[in-house]
Design a protein around this ligand. Structure first.
Ligand SMILES: *[C@@H]1O[C@H](CO)[C@@H](O)[C@H](O)[C@H]1NC(C)=O
Ligand SMILES: *[C@@H]1O[C@H](CO)[C@@H](O)[C@H](O)[C@H]1NC(C)=O
Ligand SMILES: *[C@@H]1O[C@H](CO)[C@@H](O)[C@H](O)[C@H]1NC(C)=O
Ligand SMILES: *[C@@H]1O[C@H](CO)[C@@H](O)[C@H](O)[C@H]1NC(C)=O
Length: 527
């Protein structure tokens, strides 16, 4: 660690030690829109059950039932409840969670209602908790919140719901709350991807942006062009389309969308392993050959195959970091440019717009990285969502131009930047410098990004958590409920970080830089 790192570490430790531990506070992360609570306790009955009496939702595909069973696993994961405890007091038993969902439909669509209302009374005969939501996905958020009200009591050896009665009313601030993973720089095994998705549900993030392929490797099967995954690192570091469908289904049942990306034309060298003619030449490999009709046929085939599995409204077509030098250097492309009367930058525009049209023809709306906007913003399809990543103040310009925007400025929201600390993640405001309320609505949300150059199964979780959770509160919680000073939430985030550890998620300590190890012996709550 450099001198800057040591200084930062000192600062963060100071922040942690002044944060008031041990106080019985409100330990819910992310903080709901509105919370009222008391100081009594209930005991979770050993036959605590789900009750859906009066719900319009039939749960024919068991999304709610499975969510409830995951809830029971989560609250019992750390300790063994003593079912014969002598402390079971019938007047204090919470018998059921009564869930009422108003919409019969469980199609997971972008922008659906994710709100819920959770109440846990302190008395009743019998005592039931109540959860109301418009959609089953709102109800799943309510279950996550409920899980954070539960604690194991070491005297009684029973799970308690403390601080009853509770009245919690909640809904997200932004519709799009994303996390990017990159399976091209390093392959991520399926169980690891599922672990990430499960932990996303704990923080109420709702979009897994899957940067599947890039220059380094092409791990995904594309049935229309079966040689593409020859670009995988090895014959085993691959995903079949059935694997991809499983990820999408696993995520969907937890209320999480999967955003698939192919990053064209710049980040696509691996496509040439199977189909060399997609690249300008064997020695000048990127970007993809703009002069070759086959290039667009392959993009069409990929997006056609995608549309059968990746059913999110959006597809991500990349478009960042395009260095067109090879197009000018390779004779057959240079001739094509001359014949068409295009210079290199016009050819970049031609490529991106043509790829957009192909995606639109498959029913997708397109997300592109911000360089496309910076170079030819007025030419982009009006339904384009511009994905910020550079540090410059681009979101205000994107929304002023009437386009939608996702905020991911790399100085604050890139998880692979280990010098970006949790408090910077917490304080990064997607609506900074946007005051017009119509324009604010065009910022559909934000995304934290974990680029995979130094990430594999050994370190993915501790690089994501807890910093992604800090950003998740920024994206979920109403602006006026967010702390103005991150020190006000240090204790609550430390508590949540420990909860992640208790649930088997390898979240790193808060103190120090991203993915830091514990600095000294001590309590989880103080690291
Ligand atoms: C609780 O008591 C029942 C009946 O005596 C017994 O069968 C069971 O094993 C006990 N459970 C535990 C966890 O001790
Ligand atoms: C655990 O239960 C005991 C017995 O009911 C109670 O006195 C104690 O306050 C509980 N512990 C906590 C931390 O709430
Ligand atoms: C490419 O052509 C356009 C339109 O003529 C022009 O505005 C732009 O400056 C040119 N770009 C370069 C890099 O020469
Ligand atoms: C907001 O605008 C100011 C002034 O242009 C700039 O210094 C600042 O970096 C901007 N903030 C963000 C988060 O873009």
């Amino acid at each position: 660690m450099g001198e800057r790192g040591m200084k930062l570490l000192g600062l963060v430790l100071l922040v942690l030690s002044s944060a008031g531990y041990g106080v019985v506070g409100l330990n819910i992360w992310p903080m709901p829109k509105s919370v009222n609570h008391g100081q009594q306790s209930l005991l979770l009955s050993k036959d605590f059950a789900l009750d859906t009496e009066g719900s319009k939702y039939s749960d024919s595909s068991s999304i709610l039932k499975d969510g409830f069973s995951r809830l029971l696993d989560l609250i019992q994961v750390s300790h063994n409840v003593d079912e014969n405890s002598t402390y079971y007091d019938h007047s204090q038993l919470l018998k059921r969670l009564h869930v009422v969902i108003f919409s019969p439909d469980d199609k997971l669509q972008f922008g659906i209602d994710e709100s819920y209302k959770l109440t846990v009374p302190s008395t009743g005969n019998p005592i039931y908790a109540h959860l109301e939501a418009h959609t089953v996905y709102g109800a799943l958020h309510g279950l996550q919140t409920f899980s954070q009200l539960c604690n194991f009591n070491f005297t009684t050896r029973i799970i308690e719901v403390r601080q009853v009665p509770w009245i919690i009313i909640d809904q997200p601030r932004f519709q799009y709350r994303g996390l990017l993973i990159d399976t091209s720089r390093h392959y991520q095994p399926l169980p690891m991807i599922k672990n990430v998705i499960d932990a996303m549900t704990y923080t109420k993030l709702n979009v897994l942006h899957w940067h599947i392929v890039d220059s380094q490797s092409f791990p995904l099967e594309i049935p229309s062009y079966p040689k593409l995954w020859k670009g995988a690192y090895s014959s085993s570091e691959r995903y079949t389309m059935a694997d991809a469908a499983e990820v999408v289904d696993f995520a969907r049942r937890r209320g999480i969308h999967v955003l698939a990306e192919i990053d064209v034309p710049g980040h696509a060298g691996s496509w040439g392993v199977g189909y060399p003619s997609l690249l300008p030449s064997p020695t000048c490999q990127q970007p993809l050959d703009v002069s070759n009709e086959f290039t667009f046929k392959v993009i069409d085939g990929i997006l056609s195959d995608f549309s059968k599995v990746f059913n999110f409204r959006f597809v991500h077509l990349g478009g960042d970091e395009v260095d067109t030098t090879c197009w000018a250097l390779v004779p057959h492309i240079r001739e094509w440019l001359n014949k068409k009367g295009l210079n290199e930058s016009e050819a970049y525009e031609y490529f991106v717009l043509r790829a957009q049209k192909i995606a639109l023809s498959h029913g997708y709306e397109v997300i592109n990285w911000e360089e496309t906007f910076n170079h030819f913003g007025s030419k982009l399809n009006p339904s384009t969502v511009v994905h910020n990543w550079l540090e410059g103040n681009v979101a205000p310009r994107v929304v002023a131009a009437g386009l939608r925007c996702i905020v991911s400025n790399q100085d604050k929201w890139y998880l692979d930047h280990l010098d970006a600390t949790w408090d910077q993640f917490y304080m990064n405001e997607p609506l900074a410098n946007i005051t017009n309320s119509k324009q604010q609505k065009l910022v559909i949300g934000g995304e934290v990004c974990l680029w995979g150059e130094h990430i594999d199964g050994s370190d993915i979780e501790q690089t994501i958590w807890p910093r992604a959770a800090a950003a998740a509160e920024r994206m979920w919680t109403p602006f006026n409920n967010l702390a103005k000073d991150p020190r006000q939430v240090t204790g609550r985030l430390a508590h949540f970080r420990c909860l992640l550890n208790q649930r088997g998620v390898a979240a790193a300590p808060l103190a120090g830089l991203g993915r830091a190890v514990p600095v000294e012996p001590g309590s989880c709550y103080k690291q």
